[in-house]
Design a binder for this molecule. Sequence first.
Ligand SMILES: NC(=O)c1ccc[n+]([C@@H]2O[C@H](COP(=O)([O-])OP(=O)(O)OC[C@H]3O[C@@H](n4cnc5c(N)ncnc54)[C@H](OP(=O)(O)O)[C@@H]3O)[C@@H](O)[C@H]2O)c1
Length: 262
Amino acid sequence: MSSENYILILGATGNIGGKIAQELILKNAMIGVAGRSRQKLATFAGKAELLEGDFNEDAFLQQAFFKATSLFLTVPDDALATPAVTAQRLINLIQSSPIRHVVNISNCITEKYGQPTRLVAFEQELNKMGSINLLHLRCANFFENLHWGLHTPYKPDLALPYISSYEVASVAATYLLNRDFSGNSVKELMGPRDYTMAELAAAAGEEYVQLPYTDNNRHFYKGFNDGDFKVTPRTASNTSPLSENRFTLEYFLTHDFVQSVN
Ligand SMILES: NC(=O)c1ccc[n+]([C@@H]2O[C@H](COP(=O)([O-])OP(=O)(O)OC[C@H]3O[C@@H](n4cnc5c(N)ncnc54)[C@H](OP(=O)(O)O)[C@@H]3O)[C@@H](O)[C@H]2O)c1
């Protein structure tokens, strides 16, 4: 354990943050876990410093950043709606803290409808920080998205990259521990391969049914169905080596998948 690296994990009660915290606890890292729910944070009692509070309150982040040297950053959706404002707020808070390494979760879908996606727009704003070492993890879709439903308005033959959140967490934890990145950088995590929606449903034992759009979801799905988006090109180096069974779709479907009612 390094006494010099205190790693703060925002969103530690969520999917990715929680898995990063578990990885780091197994490696005896010194960590703080942040979230709004005292009850959910209690799962880390005795293994991490519990920091209960709201991302949108400066006083809370200031206190949480006070002794951190490394930060896992995930920004709540409402704060992503104003990327420049949120990034400037974080830049001010980070620069007046001991934090020198930040791992930020981002997205491999870089554009939609001709505009940068929200996480990519936020990356660009955060890059203005300059003085801190900042790594953006541009991740494929998490397998957990299947919890939204196996059957959606996506076209059956639409292929998108998917990845295990265990793999994302493992990569993030390793960077937070080793701090072997500098300046502004990007790591692409594209998962083992692209999957069509029909393939994903079939892997879970079902025949895919394309659902109609609703007024609420048309904007989200139509851009994908019309090909009006940009995704990080797949290469050998951003494709998962599948070094662990828990990084596979099969593991997710067997261990973590909870079938929802469409
Ligand atoms: N799903 C995908 O395919 C995908 C792909 C690429 C990137 N991403 C991005 O990955 C990130 C993390 O995803 P995830 O699946 O881990 O999300 P998640 O499970 O919903 O977790 C979100 C975390 O943020 C915390 N949180 C939310 N609002 C907060 C607030 N106002 N103050 C403090 N904490 C707050 C939640 O804690 P409490 O509610 O307990 O406070 C929770 O710990 C997101 O930015 C997502 O856009 C997702």
